[in-house]
Design a protein around this ligand. Sequence first.
Ligand code: ADP
Length: 746
Amino acid sequence: MVLALLTLLYIFPSGSFPRSRLYYSYAAAALAFVLLSYTSMLVQGAVATPMGLVVSYGPMYRVFGLFAVSSLVLGATVVLRKAKEARGRARAQLWYLIIGLLIPALGIGTTNLLVPLLSNASWYGQYGPAFTLIFLGLTAHAIIRHRLMNIRLVISRTVAYFLILIFSGGALVLVTELASLLFPDRTRNLERWSVIVSIVLIAVLFQPISHFIRRAVDRYLYRRPYDYERTIRDMVHRINTMLELGPLLDYLSDVVGRTVQPERVSIYLTLPEGSEDYQLQAHRVFVDTPASAPPELLPASSEVAQYFKTHSASLLIDSPEFLLKAPLNELAAECIHPIFDNDRPIGFLVLGPKLSGDPYFAEDLGLITILVTQAAIAIKNAYLHRHVVLVNEYIENILAAMDSGVVSVAGDGTVTLFNTAAERLTGLQRERTKTMPVTNLPEALAQMLQITLVSRRPQPQRELLLTGMNRKSFPVVCSTSILTGRAGVALGAVAVLNDLSRVKELESEKLRAERLASIGALASGIAHEIKNPLVAIRTFAELLPERFVDEDFRNDFAKVVVQEIDRIDGLVSRLRGMAAPRSQAHRSIDLRGPISDTLALLRGRLEQAAIAVRTDFEAERPMVAGDLDQLKQLFLNLFVNALEAMGPGGQLAIRVAHRNSAEVPRLVVEVSDTGAGIPEAVANRLFDPFVTTKERGSGLGLSICRGIVDAHGAAIRAYNNPGRCGATVAVEFPVWRGVDIPTLSS
Ligand code: ADP
């Protein structure tokens, strides 16, 4: 008995066998005393007297007494040390054991050890075992309430099965008795069918009744009530307003902690943007336990994760899935409940042992299921919320990083989005634009957005001038589009503003460079053109003193000087024509007028060169906005060039037609000849000044034409006729539209 007690004190509650040498010495001593008890060394004899049993003890009895007492002291020290170090349930179990043993130990020690030792008679020895009843009672209580030993399930199941047995046996007896009562004579024959009926009855009723009895036993033995309904109501109310995952999981851990009262709660989740593995998202410890911290990661391949791919009910330490005991122990878990999103496990609620030591009852699991189902919806919402926040941040970042300004307005005309670039371009502060009416935006921009909202049509690119931060002007190109929702409903409009400052700068730089280049070319051309007549005049002037008397020389001199001066004069007047006056107001002109007038002017030369003229006025009223004199000059240059390119018998064709394929309707005048075509060498530089292939040509004709064409907002190009001889020069005018057209080139 002493050895058994000492062993219990050593191995409880871990179950592992003691390693201490002291224990084994005591065990050896105990075995020695067992052997001695067969000799007269411990007890020599006993006589039953009316006073009780009088025992005459042997010489080793005192040694045995010492051994027993020291064993108890040793056991007590061991168990007290363990109780001090233990936490949670183990501690409670140890204290139950200590108290459970202390009371009978004191009792038995007094009656069976102390009294016989002092009085040499075992007077009260027979009462000693009665103290074990106290031990039994205490242990039974501890087993039921605090899982002193892990046999609570055995008890609950045994009680339940016992009751079920009574029920089924009772049913059998009842039916048999009933049969013999009703048919007393035929009892023997009836017995068989009555047995069959009872078996069928029991088979049918077994499942529901056993379930009912087990629930009733569970409740009777273990129930500790909590307000089920209120917990759920509070949770549903609170959880619906929670959109952040962290506080939501903390709250869930808290509610579970308060109701089911586990030692600790952990929540693992797979994050939508992460891997398949389950990550520890929340962990709460409600009591200090020696259990190690839960792992941060539960791989998707782990046994627990795999288990919930095919199971949806809670996994309990007492479940028949014995194989999963080890993983459950690793997580220090007694119950794991899966969190599902549409039949897909997205996480687990891991619960440690209950603080009370109770098992997880059907009622607890029912509550946990409801809490977790509610939480799963809230978790999904939190994910969605997080996703929306992330997407918004992403869009915000893109918008902030963009060089283009973006402004959007809702259907009711309030500004909904305004990025940093828009702030810079418009000079409006972003914070102030939120829910501001569209009319508070710069007028031109507001107008475009309003037109888009009303017409529900995107507005093509338009150049606007905005005043940005620090009153700086920004030329921008703005385009708008309509924002449509799912069913094609217009949600608002968005405008994109692109800063044109740099483009404009580059454009003007390029223009300046081009102007400088053309001035350079012009200057060298003029110098060259003037130099030739000047050389001639100078040569004559140098010879004049010595040949003054020569009359022929004087006549030549007078002729050449006048001729060369005329040449310079001609050049100067042509140059003046090149700088066509642009300020003159344009008016509507029927192109047929200047064309016919110019042809009439050239009639003599055309007839002399035997050139046929064909005019083809396809357009009914070819009206353009322009200056008549300049147009005549234009056509004169073109016709003369054609004439000079052709030999006798050539044909000059003039065609005037509408061209509607372009965005803006245009009028085209094509001047074609049957000459030699444009020489390749000058094809690219035809419109530059002083480019000529003619012996006495100035190379200014087409350059003057280009000046006139530019002043009319028109375009000019020259090309060799495809598939036949000769060249064509085509001029494209914008059509006169009946109202005053502003001077486009100003
Ligand atoms: P110029 O007539 O004084 O040479 P232009 O500027 O009018 O100066 O013409 C430049 C050059 O373009 C001409 O020298 C000629 O080589 C070419 N050219 C112009 N018109 C025609 C044409 N209809 N056919 C062939 N070549 C032409």
